[in-house]
Design a protein around this ligand. Structure first.
Ligand code: COS
Length: 383
């Protein structure tokens, strides 16, 4: 085994133990108190997980996407809330800085993000620009050596904790659509930024999502991502190609956890004089779950390998997000069904995991947006 493979295997084993020994036992506490306990955040930091995607020269682990998803499979076996904290920060919050940032921007932010000392948030969505991201109206107007930003960003994950925002704003009129969008790295302390009260969500308690309002926020021109206007939309889309694969790996980890919960319950619960796992209708549900989870894992591993080899995988990444998160929805539903009435109360983790799972078909592009991306790429390739 090469040194790199050995190190990855070691990290996987360590994360697996941490998930079983620390994260799963803390899930109920996170749910009840709506926050991740500080000692767990410290452990996530010491494992280097805040720097998974960040190159080693900036203090990160420098994992390839294939290596990243193999760690995410493990960590998403516990509540997805833990992953949401570090995975969104060094995921969509950071990917644009890595791929499009200037050297100065990388040096300024990446080392602190990698340590977990700076949380990064991605501000794309707006009240009237969700699936149609190119319709965003937040404006950045040049004023000498500065830009002045005005607008409202919606559903920004981790914004209450964020120290740096990647803000997508229009530097050219609405008619220019995606070509008039630029990205800015805006520091939290800049005057004019308000982070609203976090939303009360259906699930993902412990992960905080809020609107961020920018009122006459004056930033130096050096905060323009990559130093050039008009490249923000491409940066966002490329970040999403990566992040959607990461999210597919989260779905796989959750599928595997749910299956474990379903098999355990089917082996314990007795009805009609035997464990319900002995009934073929229950077995059929478990078998469907296993087949779909395996298919999702295989897709993610294949496409992550292609991405790591430098291939353009927008279509394949959307296929993974679409299939893996829809499969997760079906698996969560079947496992809840296997639990019967016990699945509908808070006694077993499936009630919480079912609510958490619902979000994965929505964020980082709904299933319907993934379908559009897949078909658009197919037609483009054909012409
Ligand atoms: N990589 C590189 N370039 C890309 C790209 C990608 N993955 N996706 C799009 N582009 C480019 C296109 O090639 C096009 O370039 P040209 O102007 O040079 O032709 C430009 O970006 C615009 O693309 P497109 O015409 O496809 O844009 P649309 O406005 O039609 O819509 C969708 C694009 C719907 C795919 C996009 O708005 C989207 O992903 N929406 C969902 C947003 C989302 O996921 N939000 C979740 C919240 S963020 S966590």
């Amino acid at each position: 085994m090469s040194d790199r493979l050995e190190t990855l295997e070691l990290l996987k084993q360590t994360v697996r133990r941490f998930v079983r020994d620390d994260l799963i036992p803390a899930e109920e506490d996170v749910e009840e108190h709506d926050r991740i306990p500080e000692p767990i955040i410290q452990q996530l930091k010491s494992l280097g997980l805040f720097g998974m995607t960040i190159p080693e020269e900036y203090g990160g682990l420098g994992l390839s996407l294939f290596e990243e998803v193999s760690i995410v499979f493990e960590v998403a076996y516990a509540s997805p809330v833990f992953r949401s904290y570090f995975g969104t920060s060094n995921g969509v919050g950071t990917l644009g800085i890595i791929s499009h940032g200037t050297e100065e921007q990388r040096r300024r932010y990446l080392p602190r993000i990698a340590k977990g000392d700076l949380i990064a948030s991605f501000c794309l969505t707006e009240p009237d620009a969700g699936s149609d991201a190119a319709a965003l109206t937040t404006k950045a107007v040049r004023d000498g050596d500065h830009y002045i930003i005005n607008g409202t960003k919606r559903f920004t994950t981790n914004s209450p904790h964020a120290g740096i925002f990647t803000v997508f704003a229009r530097t050219a009129p609405a008619e220019t659509r995606s070509r008039g969008i630029s990205a800015f790295l805006v520091e939290r302390g800049t005057p004019g930024i308000t982070v609203a009260k976090p939303y009360r969500k259906m699930g993902f308690r412990g992960s905080h999502t809020a609107d961020v309002i920018f009122e006459d926020v004056r930033v130096p021109a050096s905060s323009l991502l990559g130093g050039s206007e008009g490249t923000g939309f491409i940066a966002a889309m490329q970040s999403l190609d990566h992040a959607r694969l990461h999210m597919s790996a989260v779905a796989v980890g959750m599928c595997e956890r749910l299956i474990h919960e379903g098999v355990r319950y089917a082996g314990e619960r007795k009805q009609f004089g035997r464990t319900i796992g002995q009934f073929q209708l229950i077995q059929a549900m478990l078998a469907d779950c296993a087949a779909e989870a395996l298919a999702a894992r295989a897709m993610v591993e294949k496409v992550a390998t292609e991405y790591s080899a430098g291939r353009h995988v927008s279509k394949e990444s959307a296929c993974c997000k679409y299939f893996a998160t829809e499969a997760l929805g079906r698996i969560a539903d079947r496992v809840l069904q296997i639990h019967g009435g016990y699945g509908y109360i808070k006694e077993y983790p499936v009630e919480r995991l079912f609510r958490d799972a619902r979000l994965l078909r929505i964020f980082e592009g709904t299933s319907q947006i993934q379908q559009l991306v897949i078909a658009k790429e197919m037609l483009k390739q054909a012409s």
